[in-house]
Design a protein around this ligand. Structure first.
Ligand code: ACO
Length: 323
């Protein structure tokens, strides 16, 4: 049997940091409000001209280095992103060119904040089928590009960043299962309702490109959906909640993370938290948290990791893997 296994991880954050105090000089907010409601204290913001593919490139190079994998070994590139550099070519094609290779399949997956888990799941299926051996899977975003900086209910939540993994075929178990879900009927609760086909709003600032969100509704749905996908994952693998070594959740809100940890009866010191320093980096958040946990020595080879995410769409999903 063929399994897919994470051979190496990498991540990248833009150097510019925006603190809650910085934000309180832009909109009517405070460090106290943001930190107590979300757990966020600061976030990284891409510099002018710095794009999603720039962040993806640095994260990818670090993951390839960690895996000891040469670019010529890559059979496929999948980028989870909602903030591609261009409408087309895809960010995966642009990344392929930046890596100096050509020929392998390369495409983007848009599942909002669940983008990395969707991309990882697709990569896992390609490897298990025997079609490819090595896939570069990236979650990269510059969400601050579509934030309305006058809207305090959303602009305090997001940051920019990227994470990547090199996924390789292996005879030993790596990814045990992935679980993907979506519910398009809730689209208006978290969306950016302009685009090429639906049209842009020429008179609006940034042509109407901005995140619109009903925060408390998203909060409730996220907690419920994550509870259910976590249960589904444990059941599918015949596992008890206490078998999980590390929970590596999407980093949107510390209170959502704590709710999932409670459901799993996991103490917070077994949960990887980066939301305080990264904010919500959408598709970047899970691979960023994973890379940080690996590089800090928290996550060790052989441990059982539960990754999960929830985002616009709605979309949500999980992956259970032995690192
Ligand atoms: N600073 C100060 N006050 C604020 C701010 C702010 N930045 N934002 C909102 N408020 C005010 C509101 O105006 C409101 O005031 P009012 O009572 O006078 O009307 C009050 O604070 C409470 O607002 P709520 O929206 O009810 O606050 P809540 O406790 O729900 O927290 C939050 C809001 C943090 C957005 C929370 O609902 C949340 O995290 N939801 C989930 C969001 C999320 O995860 N989104 C990303 C999903 S991933 C993706 O796909 C992009």
């Amino acid at each position: 049997r063929i399994y897919s296994r994470i051979a190496g991880t990498g991540s990248y954050l833009p150097s510019k940091v925006l603190t809650n105090d910085d934000l309180s000089r832009i909109v009517d907010t405070s460090d106290e409000w943001i930190a107590s409601r979300t757990g966020i204290r600061e976030r990284h913001v891409a510099a002018e001209g710095e794009t999603t593919v720039d962040l993806a490139y640095h994260a990818a190079v670090r993951a390839l280095e960690a895996a000891g994998t040469g670019v010529d070994e890559i059979d496929m590139i999948i980028v989870g992103t909602t903030t591609p550099d261009l409408i087309f070519p895809s960010s995966a094609c642009l990344l392929q060119q930046r890596l100096g290779i050509a020929g392998c399949g390369a495409f983007d997956v848009n599942a909002a904040c669940s983008g990395f888990l969707y991309a990882l799941s697709v990569a896992d299926k390609f490897i298990r089928s025997g079609d490819v051996k090595t896939v570069l899977v990236v979650g990269a975003e510059t969400l601050t590009r579509m934030v309305d900086w006058t809207e305090r209910t959303t602009c305090v939540l997001f940051g920019d960043g990227a994470g990547a993994v090199v996924l390789k075929a292996d005879s030993e178990t790596g990814i045990l299962s992935t679980h993907l879900h979506a519910d398009g009927s809730k689209k208006e609760l978290l969306w950016n309702p302009v685009g090429v086909s639906a049209g842009f709003d020429e008179d609006a600032k940034n042509a109407g490109v901005r995140i619109q969100m009903s925060g408390s509704d998203v909060f409730k749905y996220a907690v419920k959906a994550l509870d259910s996908v976590v249960e589904e994952t444990l059941e599918a693998n015949g596992l008890d909640r206490h078998d999980i070594d590390w929970l590596i959740p999407h980093q949107a809100n510390l209170r959502i993370i704590e709710a999932t940890a409670k459901r799993l009866e996991m103490p917070m010191d077994r949960v990887v938290v980066t939301v305080d320093r990264h904010g919500n980096t959408s598709s970047g958040s899970v691979p960023l948290a994973l890379d940080e946990a690996v590089r800090s020595g928290k996550v060790q080879r052989g441990q059982l990791l539960l990754l999960e995410a929830f985002g616009g769409g709605f979309t949500w999903g999980s992956a259970l893997l032995r690192y």
